[in-house]
Design a protein around this ligand. Sequence first.
Ligand code: ADP
Length: 629
Amino acid sequence: MSGPISELVAPKPWLAALQIFGAALFAAASIQMLGGRVGAYLVAGLLLGLGIASLAVSKGFSIDIIFAPMATAAIMAALAAQIAGVLAIDSYLTASIRRVVSDVSQIEGREARSRLLSGLRLLQTVLPVSEAVVFHPNEDGQLDMAARLRSNQIATALDCDQNSTWREGVALCERAFRTRRILATEGQVGSPAIVASVAIPLEHEGRSVGALLLRLKEHFSEEDRPLLTAVAAQLARNFQRDEARADALRASWQSMMFKSAAEQRLEEFRAISGLLTEQRFGAEVLFEVSDAHAVAYLDGTLAYVNPTMSALASIDQKDTAHWDLFSLLGKFRGGVFDEPSIAVRRVLQSSQPYEREIYYPDRNQTLEIRIALAKTRSQTGGEEPLCLSIRVRDVTQTKEYEKLKSDMISLMSHELRTPITSINGFAELLAADESLPAESREFLTIISNESQRLSRMINTFLTVAQLQSADKQAVLKIPLKLDDIVKESIANLQPLAKRKRIRLVVQPNGTLPPVAADKSLITQVITNLVDNAIKYSPDRTTVTVSTALETDAVRVSVEDRGYGIPPEAVDRIWEKFYRVARDGQEKHEESTGLGLAFVKEVIDQHGGTVGIDSEVGKGSTFSFTLPRL
Ligand code: ADP
């Protein structure tokens, strides 16, 4: 047998310290670099090796390599490194949760406190509520008032007996809060205006976060129970969120290691869960709408398909999980929508919605398909694509009505025009008959002039109606030089201007690029604008027509020094049959309120814009642009 352990030679103190420090460093570094599991194996291996070495060395050479302190130091260091790692992740997790809570709170946009009041107001609107109070437990578990709403009539009644009434209400709420049940009592001491009091616990995720007290002017009806539960759940969520937010403000690094920190995170998670419940409203609302809707993630999986969509695409609502974006869109293939993937790609590339009307001759149906990219605000403040929204609308009936309307209009106009032509023709013929008395001939001239006016009005109306129903390709576009068109139109209007001694000035640009437009329509547009400028200006003023080149369009402006248009009329001026009422000015017999509607319709069809700048008493500038070639 070898000698006792006391005979072993101990290393020098500095060497012992170095050994212990080295073992600790090795263990900590292994855990840090290799992670918990692999690091732990390595440290265990080291300790095993050291143990064997220690045994061998002490047996063979009677040297103590201080195994026990080294092993203790290594284990402690390994544990410390592991805890530090967990804490680092924990703090990252806390920060992330906090960020999510603050982000979702921003979606909500409003202070929960103000939402509490809004909830109380809602109750006051739908129920005969005299007073509504929300209570919230303080740190000692006692209920404190958080929000209160009173109707004016009973404020005094309550104040008379403030204390007992108040205490009674709080006691009822405390019971409701503890028992988590809706409690109602009849009558109220000292307040004849109050017929019943109801206390509703505010619960979120199975936890009581407060209580709501309602004082009713009528008896409590059991039928209102679901309503109260629903509003109470909303108030509870608001409350919970408010708490989580306040906690997030209070949070600090010290609290991270304690149980309270874990509780706080739980609280924040509850807030997120509450918000998620509410954020589902989008999908729930789509369930109710009559149009077909689907939402697809940007990976092509379908997030949501409403029943109208599944019916229109003839998919069983239960099977929608097996469908993806393209198989759904494939169901609507037809006409201009023969390759849905091209449409989707265009939407993703340009972020612009894709919208087409597609006619399906086999089922005599017209559907309007719209694919749009929904976006959300990113953390950097920019916009990030979120999902694709697909909407399909059955416009078959609308199309039929539109066709019927335009058929009726053209039929009517034709039927009206034929008799007018005869009236005008015969009136002119008779007016030229010298044998008739002068007075009769004068009347005949009036008949002829009026019938011509009627015919002009019908023509304008017909053009506007036709333009509105025609599709854009129906306009015959050829390259045009706008300066030439302006000159031609002005020449025809000179006699009219002369009659009012109005100076008609043209300021051509001279170097305008051509535009693609329908010559007769654009001539009519310029004529209408200049004609208006002359009509609505006093004698001896100036009307200026100018052209200018803009970035990618050509602009024509007609400026007058006329009566001007009041601001309230400016927005409506392009409407059909809209006429500005001006008192004190001569009534314009020629006015139909169709001239500008025609201008807008034509310019819209050409992909241009119309503009107006006017000041009453000073004059107006009407202008339009056409895209340059
Ligand atoms: P109409 O001239 O046949 O009444 P418009 O559609 O051309 O129909 O014009 C609508 C109204 O806009 C007119 O009643 C007129 O009061 C007003 N308006 C149009 N142009 C001018 C102008 N240059 N200055 C003042 N008012 C104008």
